[in-house]
Design a protein around this ligand. Structure first.
Ligand code: G3P
Length: 222
């Protein structure tokens, strides 16, 4: 089995912005080097370019619009992400929901730029619909478990295994992440044992006093 992918969403947490975003990216780079596990970050758009320039880890955006370059105000285009150094973007995070047509447009815009899409889904049905768009990843995150102390891997393993089944059926080439409440190496191991390719997490690392300690624990059972 390949090593998993760990993606840290810095959200709009104060603890994940500016110099603190640099500290987390630096810790992720160090632990990725020590462990051989791919660890990426998804910072705010304002921090994306500096992080992509300074650290040898994958940097993702938290959102992308399907709009082409041109007369659009306040939009984030896939082309702009690419020139900022991003390798992909989250799409349809539960804190940044899109319409189905919007999801499709964002994935198409990323594909056109050669960037990786990570579509977030909340249950088996939306996981299957997401897989039909053939993104790089589908990330399953039950919203009620986001930001809490209980990991989806322990609270609702069924939603993970059922989503793995439907995604594999729709498009076996799509990789699967799982998220919501992931905090420990044991959570990562359970997610892997359920058939996923990695995890998407936020508060466990971003709000930790010492993010590097949590990152080392996350890779400890791989
Ligand atoms: O995108 C990651 C996410 O929504 C999960 O957040 O804080 O439960 O790890 P958290």
């Amino acid at each position: 089995m390949d090593k998993p992918f760990i993606l840290i969403n810095l959200k709009t947490y104060t603890e994940g912005a500016g110099q603190r975003a640099h500290a987390i990216a630096g810790a992720a780079e160090q632990v990725a080097g020590e462990s051989g596990v791919a660890i990426g970050v998804a910072p705010s758009c304002l921090d994306l370019h500096p992080l992509a320039m300074h650290y040898a880890i994958p940097v993702y955006a938290q959102h992308v619009d399907g709009a082409p370059p041109g007369a659009w105000t306040g939009h984030v285009t896939a082309g702009a992400l690419k020139s900022s150094g991003a390798i992909g973007s989250l799409v349809n995070h539960s804190e940044r929901r899109l319409t189905l047509a919007g999801v499709e447009a964002s994935v198409a815009a990323l594909r056109q730029e050669g960037l990786v899409s990570v579509i977030c889904s909340n249950n088996e049905a939306t996981s299957a619909a997401s897989a039909a768009l053939s993104p790089g990843y589908v990330a399953i995150e039950p919203p009620e478990l986001i930001g809490g102390g209980v990991s989806v891997a322990k609270a609702n393993p069924g939603i993970i295994s059922r989503s793995v089944e439907v995604v594999r059926k729709v498009d076996p080439g799509v990789k699967i992440l799982t998220g919501a409440g992931i905090q420990t190496g044991e959570d990562v191991k359970i997610a892997r044992d359920l058939g996923t390719d990695g995890v998407l997490l936020a508060s466990g690392v971003v709000k930790a006093k010492a993010p590097i300690v949590v990152l080392r624990d996350l890779v400890s059972m791989i």
